[in-house]
Design a protein around this ligand. Structure first.
Ligand code: PMP
Length: 352
């Protein structure tokens, strides 16, 4: 037997939430949007040119890149488009976190960050959130090779106001600070206006949540033109054609429908607030969330058992068996009807 296994890069992969085959599940486990994409996306799908699929797609990710730039008042050169924000974030880690000093991110946060750090052999330090699960900005005022944090944070839903996020960016001028705004559209304020002020700021957003296109895999980053060029150099050294034709066309249609975007986001926010009140009335601890999910705990219940019992009842939510997290559920905000079913289950739920 050969020894080829000595040469294998061994990694512990990120585990995404389950995608059940059954369609009768109330699926509140991966922060997907409960509403369909904009009708303009369907129209664009119907207009798609079958014969063109013979060709490679645009390497410069146009026309999507310009459509995103227009929507946010930027030049296309300040925009990078990738295969979901996971792809964008992975490229950013590869491009900007090349120091031998540790990069910093919260201990409770998107659990892909440490996986990329391990994969790319980037040293990292996880900074504990405070007892209220909040980011303490002064903890990031230390030597580092880069910083990344979601705003609002996941899975806590806690939002940093722009002024507070700015402190982190301002205090580390010699490293790139990535603000992962996957959930910013659900009630937060983007740090986008800070782009003019700080050349070390990179913002990442996605079409997976507020634009109902998780299945199309579209994410993007905003940064200075210089930063985006560095990012593109890495991308073109890895895979020229990351974005397929359908994603480029359907994504462009999605950005063009501002009215639909606002309407779905507002519906989700209304359902979130209504659900939070209802769960609090049932004795659950539900802090304010600025995202499309709630971070829920209970003073008495065994949350791991509740997770299993919900699953048994066909209601999928997210649970992590990790210190400080294993007494919480992350519950995606679905439709009003889905959240009613959840609340009814919890109302009748007893543990002995
Ligand atoms: N960042 C955060 C904080 C997330 O929760 C997610 C969703 N899993 C992503 C990025 C990636 O989302 P996507 O690749 O679908 O854009």
């Amino acid at each position: 037997m050969g020894n080829w296994e000595r040469n294998v890069r061994r990694v512990v992969p990120y585990v995404p939430g389950e995608q059940p085959v059954r369609t009768d599940i109330i699926k509140l486990n991966t922060n997907e949007n409960p509403y369909p994409p904009s009708p303009k996306v369907r129209e664009a799908m119907e207009r798609m040119d079958f014969d063109r699929l013979r060709r490679y797609p645009a390497v410069d990710t146009e026309p999507l890149r310009s459509a995103i730039a227009d929507r946010y008042g930027l030049n296309p050169g300040q925009v990078f488009v990738g295969v979901g924000s996971d792809d964008v974030l992975a490229m950013c880690f590869m491009t900007f976190f090349q120091s031998d000093r540790p990069i910093l991110f919260p201990d409770i946060t998107y659990s892909f960050y440490d996986v990329w750090a391990e994969l790319f052999r980037i040293p990292y330090r996880q900074i504990p959130l405070d007892d209220n699960y909040e980011i303490r900005t002064e903890d990031y005022r230390t030597e580092n090779g880069g910083i990344v944090f979601p705003n609002p944070n996941a899975p806590t839903g806690r939002l940093l106001p722009v002024r507070t996020a700015e402190e982190i960016i301002r205090n580390s001028p010699d490293s790139v600070v990535i603000v992962d705004e996957a959930y910013i559209d659900f009630g937060g304020e983007s740090v986008l206006p800070l782009l003019e002020k700080y050349d070390n700021l990179l913002i990442v957003q996605t079409f997976s949540k507020s634009r109902s296109l998780a299945g199309m895999r579209i994410g993007y980053a905003f940064g200075s033109e210089k930063m985006i060029r560095y990012l593109e150099d890495v991308k073109y050294s890895f895979n020229s054609y990351t974005m397929n034709m359908a994603a480029l066309q359907l994504g462009t249609a999605a950005v063009s429908d501002e009215a639909y975007f606002r309407q779905t986001v507002e519906r989700i926010i209304a359902t979130r607030e209504r659900t939070a009140v209802r769960l609090r009335n049932l004795g659950y601890i539900v802090p304010e969330s600025a995202a499309n999910f709630l971070f829920v705990s209970h003073p008495e219940l065994d949350i791991g058992k509740l997770f299993e019992d919900l699953k048994e009842a066909g209601i999928y939510v997210r649970y992590w068996k990790k210190p400080r997290l294993d007494n919480h559920l992350r519950i995606t905000v679905g439709t009003d009807g889905e959240m009613d079913r959840l609340a009814e289950f919890l109302q009748n739920y007893r543990q002995n």
